[in-house]
Design a protein around this ligand. Sequence first.
Ligand SMILES: Nc1nc2c(ncn2[C@@H]2O[C@H](COP(=O)(O)OP(=O)(O)OP(=O)(O)O)[C@@H](O)[C@H]2O)c(=O)[nH]1
Ligand SMILES: [Mg+2]
Length: 356
Amino acid sequence: MSDVEHGPDGLPPDEDTMAGAAGHDDEAHDADAPEGEEDYLDDEDDYEDEDEGEEGPALAPMRCGFVALVGAPNAGKSTLLNAAVGSKVSIVSPKVQTTRSRVLGIGMHDRAQILFVDLPGIFTPKKRLERAMVAAAWSGAEEADLVAVLVDASRRVDDDTNGIIQRLKDSKRQAILILNKIDLIPYERLLELAARFNETGVFTDIFMISALTGDGLKDFLDKLAARLPEGPWLFPEDQLSDMPQRLLAAEITREKLFLQLHQELPYAIAVETEAWEEFEDGSVKISQVVYVQRPNQKAIVLGKGGSKIKSIGAAARVELEEILDRRVHVMLFVKVREDWAEKPDSYNQWGLDFNA
Ligand SMILES: Nc1nc2c(ncn2[C@@H]2O[C@H](COP(=O)(O)OP(=O)(O)OP(=O)(O)O)[C@@H](O)[C@H]2O)c(=O)[nH]1
Ligand SMILES: [Mg+2]
């Protein structure tokens, strides 16, 4: 777990909603400044040398770097990101392909700022959205200082994982291996797996963790922090992510849809935050559209007498109240838009390449 407690105001204010998180003023955000890059680039003064200053013990150098989390769908990447950051930043579900785009999670660990980049799972894509997700995962890996490959150790090593390792090998990229979900399997099995992965020659280190229980996490973070390049922190230390609040709110609702709907339905759905209204009593009304692809899907999402969508909205509200630390009203509208997955607009807002 992170050593720094992140308050609910750790999320950046939203540039297009004027919605400051708890503790921020409700001022319009400077739309020209990239999200989260305003206050900290002049941090050089803090970048102390170990032997600088004569009083007190010398501080360890500041470190900062990007760590990409890659792996087959469902390996536990988003769970690990949340555990490492110490707060819910990326959505999680028992279903594959929950994460659709890059999610930054900022973890403070001693004098290191670990910038975790949660990415969609890597698999053989067929549809346009899937291709864009997998492309985003690989480009996230290419841009990072360190690549961590997560493997669900409780399952047979699948083709997706073997494919990831092969591609890293072909590009001569070294990585860290994380055997996750160790709470589910005996230690002997882990040793066998570690030996097998070690033979690939791709991995510099192997960690065994449970992102769910936190077992092994501290050791992993200690070693990871020490491997990051020295340099000033890129974000304020209480910031949790660079995700705009409107997008985060849409993601939370999408998580509830993933949890409460089944079969192909979660994959036919996209969520967009349409309006964000702040009231004087401190509460906020978040209006969102849930896009489905066919009329019969709309009927299922609504449920009998609207009971399903009501329950999804209620679950999203509870979580958003916790994250935003204020009273929240969630208004969900279900609309059929057959081709939402074929519209470039959707891809732009998620930071995905429509033509991947
Ligand atoms: N038992 C156990 N379950 C875990 C652990 N880590 C993650 N899970 C579960 O595994 C499932 C998938 O977790 P996610 O974090 O969404 O996995 P992901 O790799 O981000 O998946 P995609 O976004 O679909 O690629 C969820 O049900 C988690 O609760 C773990 O260490 N132990
Ligand atoms: Mg995920």
